[in-house]
Design a binder for this molecule. Sequence first.
Ligand SMILES: Nc1ncnc2c1ncn2[C@@H]1O[C@H](COP(=O)(O)OP(=O)(O)OP(=O)(O)O)[C@@H](O)[C@H]1O
Ligand code: SF4
Ligand SMILES: [Mg+2]
Length: 375
Amino acid sequence: MPQPLFEVEGLRIAVVDPRRLARDELGPVTDDGEQLASGWVEILSGVSYAVHEGEVLGIVGESGSGKSLMLMGAFGLLSSGAQVIGGITRYRDHAYQPSRSWSGKDDERYRMEGEKRRVADVSAARRADDAWRKLIGVDVGFLFQDPVAAWTPDVGIGEQSGEALAEHTDLTTEQIEERVLDALGEVNLSKSRRLFGAFRHELSRGMAQRAMLAAALTKAPHLLIADEPLTGLDPLVAGGVMELILDLRARRGMAMLFVTHDLAAVARVADRVAVVYGGEIVEQAPVDDIYHRPKHPYTAGLLGSIPGVTPGRLRPIEGEAPLLVDVDRDRCVFASRCEHATEICRSEAPGLSVAGSAEVRCHHATELDLPGING
Ligand SMILES: Nc1ncnc2c1ncn2[C@@H]1O[C@H](COP(=O)(O)OP(=O)(O)OP(=O)(O)O)[C@@H](O)[C@H]1O
Ligand code: SF4
Ligand SMILES: [Mg+2]
């Protein structure tokens, strides 16, 4: 197997849970390997995944399961209140430690304001290393969950689309403009100066997502990060954006991390699928195996509970997914909802094991015969 294009190893993330704050003041999360400060809870405890050149890894899971954290944490792009505390990200032969972007200078940003505890925006402090930023700036494209909010309000979308190239390459302003206009055309938007100078409030949601895709293409990326790119779009527009993504993937051969809660969408785009539950990747396998031969009870449950995926009667999973801050990581994260749970499931966290073509976190993965979409 060749080296992955992009790899995340052992990603650990902590978030602020105000209910666990012992004192009035929130301190900074402590360094990697040390005990967390009061108020901080570890919710991702060593997540690893990889994507190879030209491959699409679909990341699926319910809302709140930790999908965006897994992606954004790997790039040091978390919003305030969440912090990477361990793990390493590799892109080709470059390595980056997202936890290192935390610095003591940020401590003062965590403070009391009047009666309210406040976690100030520390995103500015989370700057990646310069070399890493340059690499990611020109080689990786991003599609975010909220395409309108992702644009800065007072800068034209054309100028923003060319920012990374202006900062990190020797291309002239004219060359960059030309690339931006070409990319706008490639996503079926107008190649006009009018659109180049438009602000985000002038765009519909669908246009904002297409423009985001154009901004990514301006850089000719080898990797596209798509975090729920169809969320909030009406079905017709979402279908158009999806077709565009599939078409671009076929023509440009980009690798992609495609995050979604929509199993039907992931079936169309992904080569491999990582299924997320409770802040863990509980199963990872080629797309066909995920759908037809699931090895983790949660994957089987997900397939059985989503209309349009399973023919016949739905088999919803009993109970509710816990908040990540409440997940007990000393046992299987799915134990409270799993119909196959036994004593060991409630007393020991399952390690990663191989079952067929899948990597699974389940004590009983090799013994269970779970229904797929035909089962
Ligand atoms: N900045 C933050 N501060 C505190 N808690 C956070 C923060 N970001 C995420 N969380 C917690 O982590 C959980 C998982 O967040 P994440 O955004 O990764 O979910 P998701 O799987 O992407 O969900 P969705 O499908 O709704 O986008 C959230 O429900 C929240 O409880
Ligand atoms: S480890 Fe046990 S509880 Fe967890 S998914 Fe497997 S069978 Fe179910
Ligand atoms: Mg998300």
